[in-house]
Write a protein that binds this ligand. Structure first.
Ligand code: SF4
Length: 289
């Protein structure tokens, strides 16, 4: 009998849940509510919010301002200023833990540190953190340290994108310690990320196949997939039930399922249903002769 194990820590984190609740609450008011880009990185959630009446825009419109929802992983200060100037009412859905990273980089800047952000270059959250200060260096892997910091510095202050891989961040911090006289490190990887990653370091050892549910543009889902695949190559990421392939489960006795922090529960449930249907089907016998 094949078994399915679902991660205890998976799906919506509190920051995403708060952002979605704010969006739906504003949508209910029935006014001109817009979001600049995706409020969270999951197409199912965006569709649900759009269906509730919130429009996605790509630029702020002076002629038709309304209520502007700002994304869970933070926004650069210029967007706040432009929105205010153009007459928008701002509803800030930035996760409090991301706001805390903003506060810390501003503080490090005031104290004269060269600021390093450990994170993915170009990711919304990293852009939002870098936007709080005049100058920063973004490093995504330890191999980049010497290239990006060729000379030894006096003081380096470090923060981390909330959804980074803990082990990757540790190896970068280790390299940075050799690059300065004083290192100040704030471990700003959020608690939900740590819990999800701790579980995903165990589950792939205990299951024959791992399925990670979430968008390909979601940083934390990508991270879960990378960690899981490094332990168990039979790891597959799916965005929805339709992506699940029967051949993945050949001879698998147990299947582990985890999901990124922006994946809604109903999508996880659909994937579980789909996998149960596949693995409980009798395997067709091959014809002989
Ligand atoms: S992943 Fe962490 S930082 Fe991002 S929204 Fe969730 S709780 Fe907040």
């Amino acid at each position: 009998m094949k078994k399915i194990h679902v991660a205890k820590h998976s799906g919506f984190c509190f920051g995403v849940r708060m952002a979605v609740d704010k969006a739906l609450k504003e949508a209910k008011k029935g006014k001109n509510v817009v979001m600049l880009g995706d409020i969270v990185h999951n197409e199912h959630v965006i569709r649900m919010i759009e269906e509730a009446g919130v429009r996605v825009i790509t630029a702020l419109d002076e002629k038709n301002p309304g209520t502007l929802l700002l994304r869970a992983h933070g926004t650069i200060p210029e967007v706040y200023e432009e929105a205010k100037k153009k007459g928008y009412t701002i509803v800030d859905a930035t996760c409090p833990l991301v706001l805390e990273i903003h506060r810390r980089v501003r503080m490090l800047e005031e104290e004269g540190y060269t600021i390093v952000i450990i994170g993915d270059v170009g990711h919304d959250e990293v852009v939002g953190i870098a936007g709080q200060i005049k100058k920063s260096i973004v490093i995504s892997q330890s191999g980049e340290v010497s290239k990006k910091i060729p000379r030894r510095l006096r003081k380096i202050g470090v923060v981390v994108q909330s959804t980074q891989n803990i082990e990757n961040a540790q190896s970068i911090v280790y390299e940075l310690a050799h690059k300065c006289q004083e290192l100040r490190f704030f471990d700003t990887i959020c608690k939900p990320t740590k819990l999800y990653q701790a579980e995903i370091r165990i589950m792939p050892k205990e299951n024959d196949v791992m399925i990670i549910v979430g968008s390909f543009n979601s940083a934390n889902t990508k991270r879960l997939t990378e960690i899981s695949r490094s332990i168990n190559p039979r790891t597959y990421q799916v965005e929805s039930a339709g992506d699940v392939k029967p051949e993945w489960f050949a001879e698998a006795k147990s299947i582990g399922i985890s999901a990124g922090s922006s994946t809604p529960d109903w999508v996880i449930q659909d994937v579980i249903q789909q996998i149960s249907k596949i693995i409980n089907k009798p395997v067709p016998l091959c014809g002989m002769g």
